[in-house]
Design a protein around this ligand. Structure first.
Ligand SMILES: Nc1ncnc2c1ncn2[C@@H]1O[C@H](COP(=O)(O)OP(=O)(O)OP(=O)(O)O)[C@@H](O)[C@H]1O
Ligand SMILES: [Mg+2]
Length: 448
């Protein structure tokens, strides 16, 4: 199955949405090539993800009716390739230029920077000054590149696509997919995309694929699913790239907790990596990321966070021998359904965690973050509740749990009632002792 971002990639410059000034610059550069050699043989397209840089480069080659050579600049093999092209470029005079019409497209040029072993930039500079082929360089952040290098290029800025334009593209895709979408839904997707058309289209596909209609009810779902949709995009970015930088960025820019992303990766890896060896390598990286996470939490050593992130992003991205093409339907619909069912439950757990922290006018106070309480204490309590009724009653008394809290923890009404009754007895007994002036404390579970 094709991704909609592939399916609807603009094929000509005219089809590239937004960024009229950039497109005009590209068109006039094309004109220069048609009549001779432009002042700058290389364009440097730069700007945020999903704004159409790569698409524009290919569209340009197409509009020129040129072939193209595509290189990923952050690929270590690139230097050799560049040198070969430089070689052929200098031999170029002997060939018939008409038959050698090629655009050289180098994506992720900012990834070259900083690799000492590389010499890639030097090769590239040579290429730019000698090439008889149009060269298009692409970067998210051109300011990482040395100024003298930038000076060799004509820089063209791509800006975030404005919401109106995103909306227009989404509408057009819906029309072509035969989906009747309420405008409100599309507006929400557009607003969420923050000018990243790729993520907007991914979101749309995630929500609308296989449907005839997209309604306001889905829009409500959408705001609720906002977080999950962002994660969907993060997964796409990690799993579909072979670039270390890209994968890292995906985590850095996602705004989600690394732990959340890690869980989603663990869930979805098998859907993407169909080669068992790739899968095994990827899980190996994930498990190492998890080990780091454990250390981070135990020692509160946040300096280790970048290792965790590298393992789960770059590690997982590079675990595959090659990219898996096409669209993977990550397992979020199933998880959404689960989330939706347990939404009430999740809220109750939140409330319980807060109560244990001593908020909401309860007395108990556990000095831990809500997250630690939810992820560590509550699961432990659940185990205790299920397997050791006596200790459970003691804990329930001490933590001033109500019947509904115990039900939530045990998931078993009868058991909860038993524990609750026993906890009440323990509490009464303690009160009686207190009334008699007995100040000896009962051994507290929570003071070890
Ligand atoms: N300006 C645009 N017009 C039409 N479609 C676009 C545009 N920008 C992005 N898209 C859609 O998003 C997809 C990804 O866009 P593209 O690869 O061109 O972005 P990019 O700017 O190169 O992003 P990145 O910096 O992440 O490489 C395209 O295949 C297309 O479906
Ligand atoms: Mg690109």
């Amino acid at each position: 199955m094709k991704t909609w971002v592939e399916k609807y990639r603009p094929r000509t410059l005219k089809e590239v949405a937004g960024n009229p000034r950039a497109i005009a610059a590209l068109l006039s550069w094309v004109k220069e090539w048609k009549t001779g050699m432009p002042k700058k043989r290389a364009l440097l397209l730069y700007g945020p993800p999903g704004s159409g840089k790569t698409s524009a480069a290919y569209a340009l080659a197409r509009d020129l009716n040129y072939d193209y050579i595509e290189l990923n600049a952050s690929d270590w093999r690139t230097r050799d390739v560049i040198n070969r092209i430089v070689g052929s470029a200098s031999r170029f005079g002997t060939l018939d230029p008409e038959r050698e019409k090629k655009v050289i497209i180098l994506d992720e040029v900012d990834g070259i920077h900083g690799r000492a072993e590389y010499g890639g930039l030097a090769a590239l500079k040579k290429l730019i000054t000698q090439s008889r082929h149009p060269i298009i360089l692409i970067a998210n952040d051109p300011w990482k590149l040395p100024p003298e290098f930038r000076g060799l290029t004509q820089m063209v800025e791509f800006k975030r696509i404005n919401q109106r334009t995103v909306l227009r593209v989404l509408k057009e895709i819906c029309r072509r997919e035969g989906i009747a979408a309420e405008e409100k839904v599309l507006k929400i997707i557009a607003a969420n995309s923050n000018g990243d058309l790729r993520s907007a289209i991914n979101d749309l596909q995630a929500l609308a694929e296989g449907r005839r209609k997209l309604t306001l009810a889905d829009a409500e779902l959408l705001t609720m699913r906002d977080v999950e949709i962002k994660i969907f995009d993060t997964l796409v970015r990690i799993l579909k790239t072979e670039s270390i930088e890209r994968a890292r960025e995906a985590v850095r820019e996602s705004g989600e907790e690394p732990d959340t992303i890690l869980k989603w990766l663990a869930e979805n890896l098998p859907l993407e990596y169909r080669d068992p060896e790739d899968l095994a390598r990827a899980y190996n990286y994930l498990s190492r990321a998890d080990v780091f996470q454990g250390r981070i939490l135990r020692r509160q050593d946040w300096g280790l966070l970048s290792y965790m992130i590298d393992l789960m992003s770059a590690g997982v991205a590079l675990a595959k021998k090659r990219k898996y093409p096409g669209y993977t339907r990550y397992q979020y619909p199933r998880i959404f359904a689960m989330y939706a069912q347990t939404r009430g439950e999740r809220q109750s757990l939140d409330a319980l965690a807060e109560k244990l922290q001593g908020k909401k006018d309860a007395h108990v106070k556990i000095h831990a973050s809500k997250r630690v309480i939810k992820e560590q204490l509550i699961p432990m309590l659940t185990l205790v509740m299920k397997h050791n009724p006596e200790m459970a009653a003691l804990a329930a008394s001490e933590l001033e749990l109500e019947l509904k809290d115990i039900k939530l923890l045990t998931g078993d009404e009868k058991l909860a009632e038993r524990i609750y009754r026993q906890a009440e007895e323990i509490t009464k007994e303690r009160m009686r002792r207190l009334a008699k002036g007995d100040r000896t404390k009962q051994v507290s579970l929570w003071e070890f």
